[in-house]
Design a protein around this ligand. Structure first.
Ligand code: SF4
Ligand code: SF4
Length: 238
């Protein structure tokens, strides 16, 4: 019949006119995002231990960092951290592998910039992080206060512990490392990794002396990455 198509079209229009709106007046109105939405990646600078796992994990080289050795604690400290958002594919690998849980995705999705280079975000070490905490002043007895040697003692203790761990690692790596990974095979792989790369051994020993749980996470991450690389090499050779 003539006009049937028109009536059908009008019916559809009317149906949608009275149904609940699914569009919003962006940017005046902001969308309601799911809790696990992955927007802008950010770092909690103060929590980062500059282990570099995220930079090695990222498949797109989005992340880079600059570190330095702290004179007092002999630990690595983060100097600057760069996130080049334009290459991020929001895969979450860096967040999952960070042993300090300091990488997160925010709900901020408005990342367009006039220039591509402006998308890159560089975090610099805040000066407050290097300030020595003020000492509580002792009642004025007329004598010069004794300098506090707590930090040096702690640093010395830690250094001794690290030296002992490094010696044990050199003597019997598989036995020491099997406490940090799931199997003896993984310990063997980890032993090969740290024998090939002394900086990884130092990093691991530092974590073992500081925080066993973090050491475990880092050890597992090293092993998993090595396994993936070996698998890729095997597949490439076939
Ligand atoms: S989410 Fe994926 S691509 Fe983006 S920085 Fe992390 S590891 Fe790299
Ligand atoms: S993995 Fe985490 S702790 Fe390690 S360098 Fe990256 S952000 Fe820092």
């Amino acid at each position: 019949m003539y006009g049937t198509g028109l009536l059908k079209g009008m019916a559809i229009t009317l149906k949608y006119f009275f149904s609940k709106k699914i569009t919003i007046q962006y940017p005046e109105e902001m969308p309601k995002l799911p809790e696990r939405f992955r927007g802008r990646l950010y770092i909690e600078f103060e929590k980062c231990i500059a282990c570099g796992i995220c930079t090695k994990t990222c498949p797109n080289d989005v992340l880079s960092l600059e570190d330095a050795r702290d004179e007092n604690t002999k630990k690595k400290k983060l100097i600057s951290y760069t996130i080049d958002h334009q290459y991020c594919m929001f895969c979450n690998l860096c967040v999952e592998n960070c042993p300090s849980n300091c990488l997160h995705f925010s709900h901020d999705f408005e990342m367009s910039r006039y220039n591509r280079a402006d998308i890159k975000e560089v975090y610099h070490r805040p000066p407050e992080m290097d300030q020595v905490p003020a000492q509580v002043s002792a009642p004025d007895s007329g004598e010069a206060p004794e300098p506090s040697s707590d930090l040096t003692e702690d640093a010395l203790k830690k250094q001794k512990k690290m030296e002992a761990l490094m010696t044990a690692l050199d003597k019997n790596p598989v036995k020491v490392l099997s406490r940090y990974v799931d199997s003896e095979d993984d310990a063997q792989i980890l032993a090969e990794i740290i024998q090939a790369d002394r900086s990884k051994a130092e990093k691991l020993v530092e974590l073992m002396a500081d925080d066993q749980e973090k050491a475990r996470k880092v050890a597992v991450a090293f092993v998993n990455k090595e396994k993936k690389q070996r698998q890729r090499q095997t597949e490439g050779g076939e």
